[in-house]
Design a binder for this molecule. Sequence first.
Ligand SMILES: [Zn+2]
Length: 89
Amino acid sequence: MKRVEAFKCEYCRRSRPYASASTCRAHEARCFGNPATHSCATCRFLEQGRERIEKGCDRPVWYCAKGREVLTTECSEWKRRKGNLQVNS
Ligand SMILES: [Zn+2]
């Protein structure tokens, strides 16, 4: 048995760790949970609603209060959300 070193993203709860610091750093640079990417996950304008699938059955949906496409990065309307949102990227 060998002990190995691994790296995890500071911003999301991505379950699988990275074997190298450089691949982890590359992920963090584009991670939706990193406020520096100005993505929906860290934006105050991301809101949750419900979408009706059929009678008596609906599901949660995310939408942008500014009417922008959701799940984007580098958004010009981005404003920092207080607190963190659970993201899996
Ligand atoms: Zn991440």
